[in-house]
Design a protein around this ligand. Structure first.
Ligand code: COA
Length: 194
């Protein structure tokens, strides 16, 4: 998945790649990003079980979020071609961020998705995590475009994307039907400069 120098610097952040175990860690100011582990199930449940988070995401992210939801998600996603990482504070998984590679004619593009425990909102954590994964993806793959779709009501996510260098590319009118309400989707993109 990752080819290159096992220890590289991204925006002065340290990336530690363990080629033997094919794991990687990104050390950020207040958290680290690392692959999910089966043992994250309890903390995943604790932090994901929040309607405010589920309301901003696709229906595949349930509410209530039970321990079985966590175990199933981990079982299905621990081995995955996508880059799905836990956001970890004090050894506790408190959120998730992922690069989802697109296929067929869209294969030079990827989607980025993310969520964070409400306890840590407003500290700049997700902006830094997004910048880091975008940079890593552009540096180490042939991906040239990364997109994220936000619900029109999700100003926090739009702001995070803007802070991370994304631009609003298009508005998909009434593309979202969530909790019985039709909403526009705001599509944000960032391009590799290579
Ligand atoms: C969106 C989310 C990831 C943001 O994470 P975070 O670590 O709090 O983000 P940051 O601290 O890096 O930045 C948040 C920015 O949004 C702003 N913000 C927060 N609520 C806002 C609102 N209601 N309206 C406008 N801006 C808002 C903050 O002021 C901050 O901007 P600033 O630095 O200019 O002040 C987090 O709120 C979350 O997990 N939400 C639920 C899941 C979700 O929305 N996922 C994305 C789906 S597209």
């Amino acid at each position: 998945m990752f080819i290159g120098n096992p220890k590289i610097s991204i925006h002065e952040l340290q990336v530690i790649v363990d080629n033997k175990n094919e794991t990687m860690e990104f050390h950020l100011s207040n958290c680290k990003l690392r692959p999910w582990q089966q043992s994250d199930a309890e903390n995943l449940t604790k932090h994901a079980n929040n309607k405010k988070i589920a309301d901003c995401l696709r229906d595949g992210f349930p509410h209530p979020y039970t321990i079985n939801d966590a175990k199933n998600w981990l079982k299905n996603n621990l081995t995955n071609k996508n880059l799905l990482l836990a956001i970890v504070v004090n050894n506790e998984a408190v959120g998730g961020i992922g690069i989802i590679y697109q296929s067929d004619v869209y294969r030079r593009g990827a989607e980025i998705g993310y969520w964070l425990s409400e306890k840590y909102w407003g500290q700049g954590m997700m902006t830094e995590a997004i910048k880091t994964l975008v940079q890593h993806t552009f540096n180490n793959t042939d991906i040239i475009r990364i997109h994220a779709g936000t619900f029109e009501s999700n100003r926090a996510s739009a702001r995070v994307l803007e802070k991370a260098g994304f631009e609003l590319e298009s508005i998909h009118k009434k593309a979202i039907f969530k909790n019985g309400i039709l909403m526009d989707e705001h599509l944000y993109v960032i391009f590799s400069t290579k």
